[in-house]
Design a protein around this ligand. Sequence first.
Ligand code: PXP
Length: 244
Amino acid sequence: MIRLGVNIDHVATVRQARRTIEPDPVHAAVLAILGGADGITVHLREDRRHIQDRDVRLLREMTPIRLNLEMATDDAIVDIACTVKPDEATLVPERREELTTEGGLDIIAHRDAVAKAMKRLKDAGIAVSLFIDPDRRQIEMARELGADAIEIQTARYSEARPGADRQKQLDILLESSALAVQLGLHLHMGHGLTYTNVRPISRIPGLEELNIGHSIVSRAVLVGMERAVREMKAILAEEANNTA
Ligand code: PXP
């Protein structure tokens, strides 16, 4: 079955709104694990708007499941990753003024910076995933650079209106996924996925992991993290049974 990586950044967003100690993303991770999360994902941004260095260190200690660190290619963040040693690092683009990660990392334009960060991470024993657009040239470049995995960004699918627009975006994701699988890349997806739009994505052949944050944390605020994760896992299990 597809792994569910739960992105808990926005638990830290609530904490940082008051610069206090609660809610603690480490507690959220424990509850997400109890709810069946297969991995915990956090984005240590250069502006530290939500996740802090201490969170990443403690999560590494407390998380017996996969820890995926989303990060820019910046040297100082790579230093932290090499010390903390998450199971996987996902390289993402970052702009200070953005609300959230917008679009994939252009690994053709930023080839040298990506290659440099990848080498350091891989030398430290960390698997590297590249968060990219569903674009043939980007996927081929990921292969050329020696990425272990790619995370194809699903933002355009998530933002498309149900119907023909969404189907078009789904077709693009299907085509890109087939190429990734053909090139031997592990295939992950994420961004903007919710309880209502995740089903068609979860049926994509070859998909191994989804990273979902905002929707799960939003639901967790109302029903609790453990239940919110369990409900998402139930959807993925249902779809896996239907396609088996
Ligand atoms: N994957 C990546 C690479 C991301 O940057 C994000 C957002 O931090 C997500 C997945 C999760 O997106 P969302 O919060 O919209 O589920």
